[in-house]
Design a protein. Structure first.
Length: 290
């Protein structure tokens, strides 16, 4: 077999700098170098130990990645001369700020559908931002860098998670017993409960439940034999368009694979069904106090 062809893709800033001798004036090169030095000093102060050579070196790598991230976002071509033009005309600081803004906005998006009160803590948020900045923007000037591709991948993943969280938050606000304001959120659990309980009739939205209410639900389904599809259609009619794709996807999944719904009309015991419900709802199940 032939060896795989590895295409070197240096950070965009490095590729642009290589054009300086032929595409920029000496004054432009000096200004750009001065700007990059200033950015590196700022990064060293805020994100690394600026009193050590190692800290300055790490700051340099972060500067290369931060500016490169901004360039990749601002440009819609692979032409490195366009990158150099932006650096000269708009300034490296503006480009770096653009790159950092991307990381900051990404850090504000949820990483997974389990949201806790600590996610809103400013100290935690600052730590999360720093870790993400270091992860995406550490770029060795002499090595291939994939920070922008990884940024795009994480952005898509987190936007998908955010859609799930927002759908669950809407369901919570419309819970049949009144809005649920608990800061801790198991978004998938909320959606699971809404979809499962909707088979009884989707006009009443259930975003949290306990064992007694679940037992009532099971007895009602076994006695009245409701049309599951009609209940889901009723639920979907209440869901805003922005959240419908998420709910529809979960309905499709639970239609085929939800063990609670598969066993609810069988001779399965309440204990067995409630144990299975725990697998879907998780922390969104309330403990029924005596």
């Amino acid at each position: 077999m032939l060896p795989a062809i590895v295409i070197e893709k240096l950070p965009r800033l490095v590729r642009a700098i290589k054009l300086l001798p032929t595409e920029a004036t000496p004054d432009e090169a000096v200004v750009l170098a001065d700007e990059l030095s200033g950015i590196t000093a700022m990064v060293a102060e805020k994100f690394t130990n600026d009193r050590t050579a190692e800290g300055i070196q790490r700051a340099l790598l972060l500067t290369v990645g931060g500016v490169s991230l901004g360039l990749e976002h601002l440009l819609d071509t692979e032409d490195d001369l366009d990158a150099l033009d932006i650096l000269i005309e708009e300034g490296a600081e503006l480009v770096f700020q653009q790159g950092f803004r991307l990381v900051k906005e990404l850090a504000a998006l949820p990483e997974d559908s389990l949201v806790g009160e600590y996610d809103l803590d400013p100290v935690y948020a600052q730590r999360r931002l720093k870790e993400l900045f270091v992860d995406l923007c550490t770029a060795d000037p002499g090595e291939t860098w994939s920070g922008y591709e990884r940024y795009l991948g994480q952005l898509k993943q987190r936007q998908d998670v955010q859609a799930i969280v927002r759908a669950a938050q809407w369901l919570r606000r419309h819970h049949y017993e009144g809005p649920i304001n608990d800061p801790d959120l198991n978004a998938e659990g909320v959606i699971a409960l809404a979809v499962i309980f909707a088979v009884e009739g989707g006009a009443r939205i259930t975003a949290r439940t306990g064992q007694k209410e679940f037992e009532r639900f099971v007895k009602s389904v076994r006695k009245n034999d409701p049309d599951f599809e009609a209940g889901w259609a009723e639920l979907m009619a209440r869901i805003p368009a922005a959240h419908q794709p998420i709910i529809a996807e979960r309905i499709n999944t639970y239609r085929e694979h939800c063990t609670v719904l598969q066993h609810i009309k069988t001779k399965a015991t309440m204990k067995q069904l409630f144990t299975e419900l725990e697998n879907y709802a998780g922390s969104e199940l309330d403990a029924d106090l005596p």
